[in-house]
Design a protein around this ligand. Structure first.
Ligand code: H2B
Length: 170
């Protein structure tokens, strides 16, 4: 298992802003609860919120030969992919998707902030969207095109971050 401990402080800075007339001023930088991302995640809940009316099958339901991997990937990539039990294969067969539902918008925003920091560190970026307490994420690799180990590493990181923050109970 790759080590996903961020190289920076696990304490997340949260900048708050205040409005003075039409000007936004940075009010303060306060520290919020630390998030420990070093522990392996327990099994994450499967949510099929990209299209709840017709949930896509989990990755394990697909024949590995139909998955479009990027060129030059490590041999264990298909095995690593199967560990992502809460993720689904996108219709392109070269992307994985998951929708996370948090208790509050604040938790969803905090999750996105932690993932964004990891994106910067790993130079790998998702296609994602947020609606109130929901965050939809798609990972794919543009160059070399396909599904790569970077996507799997980032998806596993997302699972860990969501576990630490806590998902909304059904
Ligand atoms: C130079 C830089 O590392 C590349 O452009 C990165 C940026 N982020 C990326 N993100 C994703 N998802 N796929 C890429 O191929 C990719 N390439």
């Amino acid at each position: 298992m790759a080590c996903l401990v961020p190289s920076y402080s696990p304490l997340v800075s949260f900048k708050s802003w205040t409005k003075a007339g039409n000007t936004l001023l940075r009010q303060s930088t306060r520290r919020v609860l630390p998030i420990n991302l070093s522990a392996p995640s327990s099994q994450s809940r499967t949510l099929s919120l990209f299209d709840p009316s017709s949930p896509r099958p989990s990755i394990s339901a697909h024949n590995p030969s139909e998955i479009r991997f990027s060129a030059g990937q490590p041999e264990d990539l298909p095995t690593r992919l199967l560990e992502l039990s809460a993720w689904e294969l996108g219709p392109s067969k070269s992307a994985i998707t998951r929708q996370f539902t948090f208790r509050t918008f604040n938790d969803a925003w905090r999750f996105m902030s932690v993932v964004a920091d990891e994106c910067k560190a790993k130079r790998h970026h998702p296609s994602w969207s947020n609606l109130y307490n929901q965050v939809s994420i798609e990972w794919t690799t543009h160059k070399p095109q396909g599904l790569s180990i970077k996507d799997v590493d980032m998806a596993a990181f997302c699972d860990r971050a969501a576990d630490e923050i806590g998902l909304k109970m059904p």
